[in-house]
Design a protein around this ligand. Structure first.
Ligand SMILES: NC(=O)c1ccc[n+]([C@@H]2O[C@H](COP(=O)([O-])OP(=O)(O)OC[C@H]3O[C@@H](n4cnc5c(N)ncnc54)[C@H](O)[C@@H]3O)[C@@H](O)[C@H]2O)c1
Length: 218
């Protein structure tokens, strides 16, 4: 097991990429707080994770990443229950496809609040916890889920692209923007995921081609 003994926290882990990351973390030895806005889905994933490794400490919690107080409470609770925290995966995100002329303010706010503000609130709570712990000899990491759309704009995704560009900019700025830089306390990075809706291969192939101008892998 690559990550034995480490303690982790993940958001948006009730389905998709977050679920897959949570299961892999637990398989590799991490004790994990599995959170999602949808408690039932988080509980289901926690059950699957526990079934993979009986001695893992895993539990599910409801968390809306737009709610600053709840984010802090959940991060602190995770650290308290496990006696520490070394890994955080800020993965919760939403997407939709619309022409800019059809986008409503509500669409924009919903997308930015979860994808961009949610990352800020989670990182802030996690870095505050790390800085409070103070010890630099411990390996700590934060991974923020961004997207290929945060590197290259694409049709119908202006609002989503804007939020994911924000995630990448914020993630790059965070380690250098404190008087006592968090980079001394944690590795902070972005995950860029290509299209992972495997049920919709056609879209994924088109997206891959658009981004890389090469044929996608089969
Ligand atoms: N699927 C892809 O192709 C793809 C590509 C690039 C990046 N991403 C990013 O990966 C992440 C996961 O995407 P996915 O495809 O697995 O999506 P998904 O919809 O399967 O999973 C997202 C999870 O986030 C949860 N969630 C939604 N709003 C929330 C909130 N306010 N607070 C907490 N949890 C909330 C949902 O309940 C869901 O379980 C997102 O950040 C997404 O932008 C996905």
């Amino acid at each position: 097991m690559l990550l034995a003994g480490l303690r982790g926290f993940i958001t948006g882990a009730g389905s998709g990429i977050g679920r897959a990351i949570a299961l892999e973390m637990v398989r590799e030895g991490v004790d994990l707080a599995i959170t999602d806005i949808d408690l039932k889905s988080a509980q289901k994933v926690a059950g699957e994770a526990q079934a993979q490794r009986a001695d893992a400490r895993v539990w599910a919690a409801q968390l809306d990443v737009r709610d600053a107080a709840s984010v802090t409470e959940r991060v602190e609770e995770a650290a308290r229950r496990m006696g520490g925290l070394e890994l955080a995966v800020n993965n919760a995100g939403v997407s939709s496809m619309k022409r800019v002329v059809d986008l409503t303010e509500a669409d924009w706010d919903f997308n930015m609040d979860i994808n961009a503000k949610g990352i800020f609130l989670c990182c802030q709570a996690e870095v505050r916890y790390f800085l409070r712990q103070g010890r630099r000899d411990i390996t700590r990491s934060i991974v923020n889920t961004a997207s290929m759309a945060g590197k290259k704009a694409a049709p119908l995704l202006a609002h989503y692209s804007a939020s994911k560009f924000a995630v990448i900019g914020f993630t790059q700025a965070l380690p250098i923007s404190e008087a006592s830089p968090p980079k001394k306390y944690a590795r902070i990075t972005c995950a860029l995921s290509p299209w992972a809706d495997w049920k919709n291969q056609k879209m994924w192939r088109a997206w891959w081609f658009f981004c890389s101008a090469t044929a996608p892998p089969t």
